[in-house]
Design a protein around this ligand. Structure first.
Ligand code: PLP
Length: 322
């Protein structure tokens, strides 16, 4: 079931009761380097540090009290897990997150900090997913797929309603992709409200499964080696891929090194802590000047949950070029 623009408007009134719109700012030094008017959408300022909270709130708001008591089970190592944990606390639901055994302790602590249960199982996200499926089956809890859940996608759409309301005359929006919910929502909203605004999806060249699925027109699996956790998926997800088909202007790739450079530029010129995924959209604008020079472009800084490695690379910040 594909969510509609009406679902996204409905999600917006749900979310408005809990979260203010995030800022959309531009910065002269970013514009000068990008040779474009760049508007940064600061989803890193959300309480869990990422846009996914919009989907989590929308999902939980739509569940009945009985469903919330039975609870939900999901599999994730990062922002999706924190988002469901946060929303489950707001709506007094039981939330269990299955994480692969090697997940760093601070990620489990972040989920537990919002009152959810973190359980380690399996050597990969696929094995964690299998355990989550089994647990949901045994307990009657609802299994939540991070990519193929329409309510999550409807909630994420509110981000693009905010951007286009604040700035209706954009030439383009650039959206980083892991499973593709963000880019699918952006493409739907732009198609309905701003047909002249091109939507570009971006993934890391080190984890190109969603990119390759979109270009091939069929779901494919690919090696998954990016350092940017939010972009690290090894397969295409059906629902977002179906919605992106025919609706994106293009699906681009950037190298992890370019993403690091974009994180440094955001830190120095835009006072913004981005995790890798959160800087991928700006990295794509810098890497593809032929598409963006002279245009008005929104880049979504999807998240700010930088890990220790990502933080350490910021200390090598050069001065932004004059
Ligand atoms: C999840 C995530 C993404 C990717 O979003 P999808 O909707 O899965 O494509 C990008 N950036 C951050 C920070 C994320 O947490």
């Amino acid at each position: 079931m594909e969510p509609t623009l009406a679902d996204m408007h409905a999600a917006r009134s749900v979310i408005a009761a809990h979260l203010p719109p995030t800022p959309l700012w531009s910065y002269p030094l970013v514009d000068r380097i990008a040779k474009a008017t760049v508007l940064v959408k600061h989803e890193n300022t959300q309480p869990v540090g990422a846009f996914k909270i919009r989907g989590g709130l929308t999902l939980l708001a739509g569940m009945t009290p009985a469903e919330r008591r039975r609870g939900l089970v999901t599999y994730s190592t990062g922002n999706h897990a924190q988002s469901l944990a946060w929303a489950s606390r707001v709506f007094d639901a039981t939330c269990t997150v299955i994480m692969p055994a090697a997940t760093p302790g601070w990620k489990a602590a972040a989920v537990e900090g919002w009152g959810a249960r973190a359980v380690r199982s399996g050597d990969s996200l696929e094995e964690a997913e299998a355990y989550a499926r089994d647990l949901a089956h045994r307990t009657g809890a609802r299994l939540i797929s991070p990519g193929d859940t329409p309510e999550l996608l409807a909630g994420v759409g509110t981000l693009y309603l905010e951007i286009l309301q604040a700035c209706p005359d954009l030439d383009a929006m650039v959206v980083p992709v892991g499973s593709g919910t963000g880019a699918a929502a952006a493409a739907l909203v732009a198609g309905e409200l701003a047909p002249d605004c091109a939507v570009y999806a971006v993934q890391s060249a080190a984890s190109p499964a969603a990119h390759d699925s979109w270009h091939a027109g069929t779901l494919v699996g690919r090696p998954n080696r990016t350092r940017a956790a939010g972009l690290a998926t090894g397969r295409g997800y059906a629902l977002p891929q179906r919605m992106m088909a025919g609706r994106l202007a293009d699906f681009l790739l950037v190298d992890d090194e370019r993403i690091t450079e974009a994180r440094r530029l955001l830190a120095t010129a835009a006072h913004t802590l981005a995790e890798g995924a959160g800087a991928a959209a700006l990295a794509a604008v810098l890497a593809h000047p032929n598409r963006f020079t002279g245009r008005r472009v929104a880049v979504v800084c999807t998240g700010g949950n930088a890990d220790a490695t990502e933080l350490s690379t910021l200390t090598e910040c050069p001065e932004p070029a004059a």
